[in-house]
Write a protein that binds this ligand. Structure first.
Ligand code: 5GP
Ligand code: ZN
Length: 113
């Protein structure tokens, strides 16, 4: 498996892991765009949001719950933050393993695209 995020899950390449459970892990982005930039990902290799099966949609809620928890731990709950999932080429997705960005700790732009 040459997926970089699967390699992080397997411990084959290092990452600053902040959270781990049976289904999800979270680690700091290697190229942060803000003081807090964490990636929350399923352990299962789901390439993209478009590949998420209907039965797997609760996973997004679980990832959101973990993101909110990490936002509290990063002390950005009150100042505000953004959760983002990029999907596919025009959606700006670069790593083909479903992931949610948690970004905060500075004033973010009002535009998404
Ligand atoms: P995307 O553009 O696919 O939504 O986001 C992919 C993110 O993964 C980027 O923000 C990029 O910096 C991050 N990333 C890519 N490779 C690695 C890596 O090996 N380790 C970590 N921690 N983050 C990575
Ligand atoms: Zn993967």
């Amino acid at each position: 498996m040459d997926c970089v995020f699967c390699q992080i899950i397997a411990g084959e390449i290092p990452a600053d892991i902040l959270y781990r459970d049976e289904e999800v892990i979270a680690f700091r982005d290697i190229n942060p765009v803000a003081p807090t930039h964490v990636l929350i990902i399923p352990k299962k290799h789901i390439p993209s949001l478009v590949d998420l099966a209907d039965a797997e949609t609760p996973l997004i809620g679980q990832m959101t719950k973990i993101a909110n928890q990490l936002a509290r731990e990063e002390a950005i709950s009150e100042s505000g933050y953004r959760l983002a999932i990029s999907c596919g080429k025009q959606g700006g997705q670069e790593v083909p393993h479903l992931h949610m960005h948690l970004v905060g700790g500075r004033q973010l732009s009002g535009t998404l695209g």
